[in-house]
Design a protein around this ligand. Sequence first.
Ligand code: S3P
Length: 438
Amino acid sequence: MSDGPQRFVVEPVESVGGALSVPGDKSISHRAAMLAAVARGTSRIRGFLHGEDCLATLEACRALGASIDDNGQDGLEIEGRGLDGLQPPAHALDLGNSGTALRLLAGLLATQPFDVELTGDESLCSRPMARITDPLAAMGARIHSSDGRAPLVIRGGARLNGIEYTLPVASAQVKSALLLAGLSAAGRTTVRSPAPTRDHTERMLLGMGVPVAQDDAGVVSIDGPAEPHAFELSVPGDFSSAAFFVVAACLAANDGMTIRNVGVNPTRTGLLTILREMGGEIELANLRTVGTEPVADLHVRQSRLHGIEVPPALVPLTIDEFPILFIAAAGASGQTVVRGAEELRYKESDRLAVMAEALNALGATVRELSDGLVIHGGRLAGGRVSSHGDHRVAMALAVAALLAEDAIEILDTAQVATSFPGFTAEAARAGIPIASPA
Ligand code: S3P
């Protein structure tokens, strides 16, 4: 599915800087498309991420009967069908590389009157799905997978009841899948989480007129049935995409760097807390609320980073930023220890194993733990490494050029287009030229 460049070659880079912007938030874009599809009326979404993951969600919504007018930079108009108006798709819904698309749609579709099959690429079909099929089945869904992985087959016509469910691992995808199922379930659906996770679903539902109760302990409830109303939304820049440049700037922005219009929802910005503890000089300017989300411009200066023990409580708030945090740690003085991050093994790749392999191949000293990494900072040599088809690993390794004595060649980079179309252009603007030889 991915048609981005297969290979990056990045020569050593001395310094970065400038004023950048990053594409729309992936998590918010997925949710906006899905919720607009089941709202009644026409929703307008600006800043939607036109990355392959979110385009797969849009295609799925179209196949389910939503009418979608995509005007590119000018935004999307989605005419929703209401919770009971989706149509049976003519074929299996292929969600490509996207765990968020597949898991959230499973929740949304568990209550529909028709059968549907959800599938994806090799990476997605190797990721654990019992974490959503078990609680959805407990609500009454008829949802099947052969070995706890996609493809998932949902049999239509199940009547769901709300349940109280405690997540075994902190996961916004599982929480959101259950809340979306809860929209059409009878009674109250309550989700308890061992730690706070991104709350975009809750914020968006509230913005669409659906009461979502939340308490300080992270317990979220929704009373079904409840239909969201159509909405207008501006999607902020994706903090997870900005993260590559935040770290690049901490490592080498002599004159500073600005990244404009970035979502800074506190359930996403654990990386800022960690980098500041490591000595990172990062300021949020022009803090404002756009729709239901906090947004700011990030000013970052070159900083003397030092290693720390990352508090495990920050792991869920930093969950997608570990590949680039490991690069920051490789450029910091001393040792950085990350523990309590076993979930990284179940992302688009096993991010602990893949990042340890790549950093060691580039000359770093990295020890892999069952639930984390120990990284000794210093310079990197250079060499050839593989991203194992993981977009965030590929982009993180490109930033490693700031620490390298020699060129870094990164294989298997096509998936960068899933979350950050235009990454190489933005990196070039920042001062990191990335060649993509055939
Ligand atoms: C996401 C939640 C996280 C994250 C993923 C996006 C979301 O996954 O890693 O990239 O949009 O809800 P988990 O909930 O599985 O941790």
